[in-house]
Design a protein around this ligand. Sequence first.
Ligand code: PGA
Length: 254
Amino acid sequence: MRKPVIAGNWKMFKLIADAVETALELKPKVANANDREIVIAPVFTALRTVSDRVDGSNIRIAAQDCAVQNEFGAHTGEVSPDMLRDAGCTHVIIGHSERRQFYGETDSSVNKKTKAALSAGLVAIVCVGESLAEREAGNAETVVKSQLESGLSGLTVADMERIIIAYEPVWAIGTGKTATPEQAQDMHAAVRKTIAESHGSGVADKVRILYGGSVKPDNIVVLMSQPDVDGALVGGASLDAESFSRIVNFDRTS
Ligand code: PGA
């Protein structure tokens, strides 16, 4: 049984005070959700403060990106995975489509960042997903497969224990368009198959695959009812503690 992961990607929203306020409001609302993992990803500048304020709770902290290097060095503007650990992170999101689309992230940098994150002991949430044009051309699975093969290249079976995959169709992010549960399930099954081919079926059975793209309190249950959907990476609906807590506390039987 794979433990669900519900992760909130706060993107470039919230000053430190707002981030703390949301995290503190969230804490009691999700305090009983112990059969799932809860992650929030504030901006870099809020990581230390937010992680201090949720310390001892069941909320884990992710960064939204990291450097490809883990050693100190002349890399102006970069933040290493060790530094993220130092700031209280346990997780890091890597290869989000906004970084791929607008900030030059490539499959090769995703692979390097993933290795750097693992070397620092972080869990890497590796994002993959096709654009609308790629889906319409019938290439969605090929694109995602190739992102996975490159992004996870060289990772050992042991490394894969600290990898979470987030499938986020680019056309569903921030658009209000969610993939249908069937589209999500089909792609998640394809992701698991790709990982079975690269790392064996034992790894594939265990790896958590999150869906991302316009996840809301009112569609989480149907998404989570798909056998290969193991959680969600939530953008917009994670910014509000009430709405994110309703996603975290989804009830499969409702
Ligand atoms: P969204 O964002 O939930 O606002 O669509 C998801 C994401 O970008 O991770």
